[in-house]
Every structure is written in structure tokens, then in C-alpha cells.
Design a protein around this ligand. Structure first.
Ligand SMILES: Cc1cc2nc3c(=O)[nH]c(=O)nc-3n(C[C@H](O)[C@H](O)[C@H](O)COP(=O)(O)OP(=O)(O)OC[C@H]3O[C@@H](n4cnc5c(N)ncnc54)[C@H](O)[C@@H]3O)c2cc1C
Ligand code: SF4
Length: 327
């Protein structure tokens, strides 16, 4: 597999990056660490002739206790002991992403916007050509759920569920200026699976902000994958909460790796605030989360198995997060 030629643009400011993206609208991609985009390009998936590299844009680099620059490398976050102690659920997720080598290049922004995955999509051009291309690249039908309207590829980023449980917001910049949106709103759950982000053409992610309430929450991220050394999630369950004398003060739960969008389940967890999180309540929560999610057969593990594991992982994540919180 080889990389076709492209023109590389190297802006040094957010405004310049956005201007170039506007100039080549529809014919360019932003390039962060390239650990997701370039393998897809090598497989001739949705190639663009222009790449706008973000590594020289100073504003996007680095992190603080409450802000993650879009270009901050995952490995750098993982090495920051204070950050890891402050956000244990995010720390869990970081160590489970790919390998240390990939994490030394992969970025926060790239992880949030990582392309969705599917057996019939993450294949070489010749593999895809021999079967017939699909909706998500070059074709007009879906091989997983036979129809021509919607793609069911799986959201496979590990960071998003953990950041969703912290009520993170995302700053984006585009031709019409800047705006901040809750991370929940970055993913367009009403989309067709191909248009899956609520970003306008040319908009880029500047960074992620964490509210003061996120610090010190007891958080966990539990990931199901085939090879623990480096595989994408087949399921990822994140929880974060605060307890006072055994009573729930705050609780968030989010799931990724199952459907096309990571999802948070406030409608289930809000009702648990103000009382103890008993085993019976956890069992009911696990059951309700499972009932709401529908994996399809487009990853390695069978959907029925992944679905059965949702409850198991919800219970495991909560068991660890609530350790030592009893009255
Ligand atoms: C072997 C291997 C294993 C992997 N395993 C995992 C895993 O277990 N879990 C996981 O989550 N990921 C995994 N990945 C995928 C990937 O490495 C990570 O998700 C990584 O964080 C992507 O970041 P990046 O900076 O390399 O993104 P890139 O590849 O540079 O970009 C990804 C996408 O985001 C867009 N983009 C990037 N930054 C911005 C921005 N600031 N604004 C707008 N658009 C932007 C790009 O245009 C592109 O569409 C794996 C990859 C490999 C090669
Ligand atoms: S779910 Fe369907 S349309 Fe989407 S990538 Fe897979 S085969 Fe293609």
C-alpha cells in the first residue's frame, strides 16, 4: 500500500488553517498526528489532494489542568501525573488507546474525530473493489444493513466516552468565527452515519475544556477489545461520579465502540442522584443501557456478544468507581 501524492499546507495560526481549508473546501483534510487519516489514505479511502497540517499551530499545542489543546499528544497527557490523578477515568482511557508509539503521535483532536470503523471499510482498495464499494467510500450501498441511506460504522475513539462523563466542552473555529459546544453536541446522532459530526465545512477543533466540577470525580473507563495490547474498542464504558456518605451526588455514564456515535445516558443516571447506588439499581441501570444500544455485525466480535458485555462492563466500571464510597 502506498500513499498517493498530496499538497501539504503548514499554517502557523488557527485563522490561517481555516482560511486554507476554506480555499480548498471539499478537497482537503486537517492532518493532526496522522495515525488514523494516513492509514486510511494508504487504503485509498476518501483521499483528498490537500492536507492542512496542524502541528505548527502553537495555539493548538499543550494542555493545562482544565484545557486540552487539540494537538496535544495522547502520550504527553498520560505522562502528566497530576492530570492522571485529577481525571482517573480519562487516564484509564488514555492508557487503553492503541500502543505507546501510536499515542506519542496521536492527538486529542484526532481521537475525538477519529473515523468510524467497519469490516467492509477498513480494507484495501482492491479488497473493497472486489466486493463492491459501500456508501461510506466510493459506493452506494451498505453491506452490513442492506439499504442505501445510512452507514452503521462504529465510533471507535476511547477518549470521547471518558470526556463525556466530565461534561467537557469543545472549542471550534471556522470561517464564521469561534464557538464552544458541549462535547455531546459534537456528534450528530441524527446524521446518516457518514455526516456524523456537527462541524461546518472547514471548522477545526481548537481544544477541549473541562469544567471545575470535573476535578476529583471518581471515574473509570472499561474497554472490551480482542488484543489488549493495541486493538480498537469493541465496547467502551465510562463512568464518573461523586458520592457523599454513600449517596450519589453526581453520576454520568457514557458508552462508545458500539454504535456510530458515543452516547451519554443522563436520562438513566440523573434519577439515581440523592440515594445510595445499590446493587439492584446498578443491575437495572446496566439492563436499561443494554436495551438502548444496538451493535451491528461490522467489527470482529459478534454483536450479540458485544451487547451482552455492555451490562457486564457497566457493572464493572461502577463497582470500581464506587469502591470506598459507602457510608
Ligand atoms: C494500530 C492502531 C491502533 C489504534 N487503536 C486505537 C484505539 O485503541 N483507540 C482509539 O481511540 N484509537 C486508536 N487508533 C486510532 C488513532 O491512532 C487514534 O484515534 C488517534 O488519537 C488519532 O489521532 P491523530 O492525531 O493521529 O488523528 P489524525 O489521523 O491526524 O486525524 C483523524 C481525523 O481527525 C481530523 N482532525 C484531526 N485533528 C483535527 C482538528 N483539530 N480539527 C478538525 N479535524 C481534525 C482529521 O482530518 C482526520 O479526519 C489506532 C490507530 C492505529 C494505527
Ligand atoms: S456500515 Fe455499511 S456503509 Fe458503513 S462502512 Fe460498513 S458497509 Fe460501509
Amino acid at each position: 500500500m502506498h500513499l498517493d501524492p498530496f499538497e501539504l499546507h503548514q499554517p502557523t495560526t488557527v485563522d490561517e488553517a481555516v482560511r486554507i481549508a476554506r480555499e480548498f473546501s471539499g478537497a482537503c483534510d486537517y492532518l493532526a498526528g496522522g495515525t488514523d487519516l494516513l492509514p486510511n489514505y494508504k487504503m485509498h479511502i476518501n483521499l483528498k489532494p490537500h492536507l492542512v497540517a496542524l502541528d505548527r499551530v502553537e495555539e493548538l499545542a499543550g494542555h493545562s489542568a482544565t484545557h486540552l489543546g487539540a494537538m496535544e499528544r495522547l502520550g504527553r497527557l498520560e505522562e502528566d501525573a497530576a492530570f492522571v490523578a485529577r481525571y482517573p477515568g480519562v487516564a484509564d482511557a488514555l492508557t487503553e488507546i492503541a500502543t505507546p508509539l501510536v499515542r506519542s503521535s496521536g492527538t486529542v483532536g484526532g481521537n475525538l474525530l477519529v473515523e468510524t470503523r467497519c469490516f467492509f471499510f477498513n480494507q484495501s482498495y482492491f479488497w473493497r473493489a472486489s466486493l463492491g464499494f459501500c456508501l461510506k467510500a466510493d459506493g452506494d450501498r451498505c453491506h452490513v444493513v442492506p439499504q442505501k441511506e445510512r452507514c452503521y460504522a462504529t465510533f471507535s475513539g476511547d477518549l470521547a466516552p471518558a470526556l463525556l462523563t466530565l461534561d467537557a466542552t469543545v472549542e471550534v473555529a471556522g470561517p464564521d468565527g469561534r464557538r464552544a459546544i458541549p462535547l455531546t453536541d459534537l456528534y450528530d446522532a441524527a446524521g446518516d452515519g457518514i455526516r456524523r459530526l456537527r462541524l461546518a465545512p472547514g471548522e477545526l477543533v481548537v481544544g477541549v475544556d473541562l469544567p471545575p466540577t470535573a476535578a476529583g470525580l471518581k471515574g473509570r473507563y472499561k474497554k472490551l477489545r480482542v488484543r489488549p495490547s493495541f486493538d480498537f474498542p469493541e465496547l467502551g464504558v465510562a463512568v464518573a461520579g461523586r458520592w457523599d456518605a454513600g449517596s450519589v451526588e453526581r453520576l454520568r455514564l457514557a458508552v462508545g465502540g458500539v454504535e456510530t456515535y458515543p452516547r451519554r445516558f443522563d436520562e438513566l443516571t440523573d434519577g439515581l442522584v440523592g440515594g445510595p447506588l445499590t446493587e439492584a439499581k446498578i443491575a437495572r441501570l446496566a439492563e436499561e443501557v443494554t436495551r438502548r444500544l444496538r451493535p451491528v455485525h461490522n467489527t470482529f466480535l459478534l454483536p450479540d456478544y458485544r451487547r451482552r458485555m455492555i451490562g457486564v462492563y457497566v457493572r464493572r466500571a461502577l463497582a470500581e468507581a464506587t469502591e470506598g464510597t459507602a457510608a
